[in-house]
Ligand binder design. Structure first.
Ligand code: NAD
Ligand code: WQD
Length: 339
């Protein structure tokens, strides 16, 4: 009986790129997704790009019976857990929905994994668990805090998984703390497909460039940074996907739980991103300076050496790759997967 890697939220932005990476590396993949923020089209395109099929199962991670059916039918060797809601603003309006989906969903998933003695888990955590870090670059040992229910849900899940490993040391868990994922597969066939008005910078820039939105609002130019705009560690989603492959390989030979930053270690400002996008792609990105966005921090970038030491992983893509690949996806799919 062949074994599978189960990707919860496999149809989403990071999940679809990771599915492609794993298929290309020879793994069998099952995606388990309720399509609350994605479409099945992403997985069809992943199959085309990989020249291999995957199993796409529609289901919710809070549905214990549905998960049990998957684990009963297929031999799962490890789980990569992407499924979750991720809009910071929405999480402050719908906290119960976020805690239920993200935290309860994870508890249900772990309960089923435990029942079937599947104890290898890669979890999509976030640099948001560092809150407003006092020191950059941010190390994994930096204190954790959260300022909104989304961030709180990620932090709570980290704590729950730590308690689980304390109680049952035979689990192997990687808490991958992503910085700011951007970009798309270089084919331009899969990419980020936000619903409605994008919350994040890169999809907003590309929708302005393609003419779907009039101009970008740059949230604040009075931060203590080189040009006054916020600085972040943007990481190409293909590098990020590869980090999951390395994490799975690492979990093959280690027990316990490790938190690992996935970032480049380099910070770029909002204006760096706007300028790179328009220069590399030769397209205009009109913008205006707007007030700061509540809850935003000035600077955030990773200390990425733990990932290199533990996983043998580091980023390879450049800023030019990030903006070029984002644009290729946007240009060819102006309405995302509905194009
Ligand atoms: P995404 O919304 O594109 O993907 C998440 C997927 O999970 C979607 O396909 C959605 O339909 C699915 N999903 C949500 N709730 C579910 C449920 N209850 N049951 C089954 N499926 C469900 O988001 P993404 O950008 O690919 O993010 C993946 C993970 O990485 C998320 O957990 C997110 O919090 C985390 N993360 C994302 C970022 C980012 O900026 N994109 C940064 C740090 C961490
Ligand atoms: C980046 C920079 C904005 C939009 C969020 C979550 C975080 C993580 C990644 C999941 C900031 C500026 C943005 C715009 C702008 N997600 N900006 N105009 O806020 O670093 O992180 O996504 O875990 O938890 O909080 O990312 O892309 O929203 O913003 O000027 O229209 O771009 O102020 O400086 P952020 P972002």
């Amino acid at each position: 009986m062949s074994s599978y890697i189960l990707l919860t939220g496999g149809a989403g932005y990071i999940g679809s790129h990771t599915a492609l990476c794993l298929l290309r590396a020879g793994y069998n993949v099952i995606s388990f997704d309720n399509f609350s923020n994605s479409s099945a089209e992403s997985l069809k395109r992943v199959e085309q790009l990989a020249g291999r099929t995957l199993l796409s199962i529609t289901g919710d991670i809070r549905d214990q019976a549905a998960l049990t059916a998957v684990f009963s039918q297929y031999k799962i060797s490890a789980v990569v857990h992407f499924a979750g809601l991720k809009a910071v603003g929405e999480s402050t309006e719908l906290p119960l929905h976020y805690y239920d989906n993200n935290v309860s969903g994870t508890v249900t998933l772990c309960r089923v994994m435990r029942h079937f003695n599947v104890k290898k888990l890669v979890f999509s955590s976030s640099a948001t668990v560092y809150g407003d870090a006092k020191e950059v670059p941010i190390k994994e040992t930096s204190p954790r805090s959260a300022t909104n229910p989304y961030g709180q849900s990620k932090l709570m899940i980290e704590l729950i998984l730590e308690d689980l490993v304390k109680a049952e040391p035979d689990w192997s868990i990687a808490l991958l703390r992503y910085f700011n994922p951007v970009g798309a597969d270089e084919s331009g066939q899969i990419g980020e497909d936000p619903n409605g008005i994008p919350n994040n910078l890169m999809p907003f820039i590309s929708q302005v460039a393609v003419g779907k939105r009039q101009q970008l609002s740059v949230f604040g130019n009075d931060y203590p940074t080189k040009d006054g705009t916020g600085v972040r560690d943007y990481i190409h989603v293909v590098d990020l996907a590869n980090g999951h492959l390395k994490a799975l390989q690492y979990l093959e030979q280690s027990k316990g739980i490790e938190a690992i930053n996935l970032g480049t270690g380099v910070g770029y400002s909002v204006l760096d991103m706007v300028n790179a996008f328009s220069e590399v792609n030769q397209v205009a990105v009109p913008y205006q300076i707007a007030p700061r966005r509540p809850g935003d921090i000035a600077v955030c970038y990773a200390e990425p050496t733990k990932a290199l030491t533990l996983l043998g992983w580091k980023t390879e893509k450049t800023l030019d790759d990030m903006v070029r690949d984002t644009w290729r996806w946007q240009k060819h799919n102006p309405n995302g997967y509905r194009s």
